[in-house]
Design a protein around this ligand. Structure first.
Ligand code: ZN
Length: 412
């Protein structure tokens, strides 16, 4: 068993009392940093070029400004200087549409938008920012943090549009920092920094640092006091704290961090466990890899170097969620490894009321993976669930290492 076990660097930790998930290592932030912070400010408020940006420049901190083009006209020179000093200019639409539940937004209510109207408006905002400032926005902030258009049965999400048009999209009044492994780039969480003292933000930074997260802070005015205002005194303390090397913080605009996270994710693809619903590939095959599975139990570990679940004991299991456009029959192929002495235990794969059982056959060694057909399964349209585990608990040793199940459609 063993050498490869030592190089496996994943830990297992408790989410709740009873459910224990296999977990990834801390995200590899640049230069060994522990976390990332992005500061962002919405609407192109007058106090940004007047007070906020000069302060940020003092500390060499670059931020993201989600500008509404008409607001920028009030101090275009100030915004041009902001671009020259390296700040990111980003899209926040033309009309700043929010729910018509806000009376002030009723003449441009999200409830009255269509996807086409939204696409046109966001393209126009990109063009206006390009022509005013000479830069092309890469990221978007949802006005009021709202991601829907329409009402009742006509409600639609426009997150897919943001995903198509931008590198990233940011929300507002969210409750947690961004998990760089898991988060949807089109729905980055934005946590409020308006009307907060540094002492209130520091615990959020410390917790994000412990978890290797990306804290995206969102504000509006930059001044000493007032509504929707990020206090200058808080910004000073925050910038000084972020610049102190011993705090291990990478502070950079959203577009810069998003580009980095995306590249890292691509590099690590196939060697990181990010549970997610399995959808058929082009020829209809369903790949239930350990990369996408949920490893649950006291001992199970995801081993990035093998893209497999190991330490698979009698109390551990792996589960997958599946989304199918139509139901059908599938051949089930299992790819596993096991040492000769640990082989021979009974396994079961369960989906709904169907079970495929078998004995873990010899693969040659823990390092040699083999793939065989273990049975057939009928899956239904829409949601399916697959669970794999040992038939009976046992005291010592492991069931197997499991790399994947491949479900190949049977052509009738
Ligand atoms: Zn706004």
């Amino acid at each position: 068993m063993k050498n490869k076990r030592l190089i496996s660097f994943l830990v297992v930790f408790a989410i709740t009392g009873s459910i224990v998930f296999a977990q990834n290592p801390a995200f590899p932030w640049p230069e060994g940093k522990k976390m990332a912070i992005s500061l962002s400010f919405d609407d192109a408020r007058l106090s940004n070029p007047e007070l906020g940006i000069p302060l940020l420049n003092e500390y060499g901190v670059k931020a993201t400004f989600f500008v509404v083009p008409s607001n920028m006209q009030r101090n275009l020179e100030g915004w041009k200087k902001a671009v020259a000093s390296g700040h990111e200019m980003a899209n926040h639409s033309i009309q700043h549409p929010c729910s018509g539940n806000f009376v002030w937004s009723r003449n441009r209510a999200l409830e009255d938008y269509t996807i086409g109207r939204m696409r046109n408006e966001l393209s126009q905002a990109n063009e206006e920012i390009q022509s005013l400032l000479g830069v092309s926005p890469q990221v978007y902030a949802y006005p009021c943090g709202l991601t829907f258009i329409g009402k009742g049965e006509y409600t639609q999400s426009f997150v897919p549009l943001i995903s198509d048009m931008f590198l990233a999209g940011r929300g507002w009044l969210d409750e947690a920092p961004v998990d760089p492994y898991y988060a949807d780039m089109a729905q980055l969480t934005g946590m409020k920094m308006d009307n907060m003292e540094f002492e209130e933000i520091l615990p959020i930074i410390k917790s994000a640092s412990e978890n290797g997260q990306w804290l995206v802070l969102a504000g509006h005015e930059t001044n000493e006091s007032g509504n929707q205002t990020t206090y200058l005194r808080m910004l000073r303390e925050l910038c000084a704290y972020a610049n102190d090397p011993k705090n291990g913080i990478w502070i950079a605009p959203i577009g810069t961090v998003a580009t980095y996270v995306k590249e890292k994710r691509e590099l690590m693809a196939g060697n990181v466990n990010i549970p997610g619903i399995v959808r058929p590939d082009k020829d209809g095959t369903l790949n239930l890899t350990s990369e996408t599975g949920k490893g649950i139990g006291p001992d199970i570990k995801y081993m990035p170097e093998w893209n497999a679940f190991g330490w698979f004991t009698g109390k551990d299991r792996v589960e997958w969620d599946l989304a199918l456009e139509k139901g059908g029959d599938y051949e089930v192929w299992m790819e596993w490894s096991v040492s000769d002495e640990e082989s021979g235990r009974d396994f079961v794969l369960i989906s709904g009321d169907q079970e495929i059982t078998g004995k873990v056959a010899k693969s040659g060694s823990w390092e040699t993976f083999k793939k065989v057909k273990i049975g057939e399964l009928t899956l239904k349209e829409d949601y399916n669930h697959v669970l794999f585990k040992a038939v009976e608990d046992f005291d010592k040793g492991a069931l197997m290492d499991i790399k994947s199940f491949t479900l190949v459609p049977l052509r009738n």
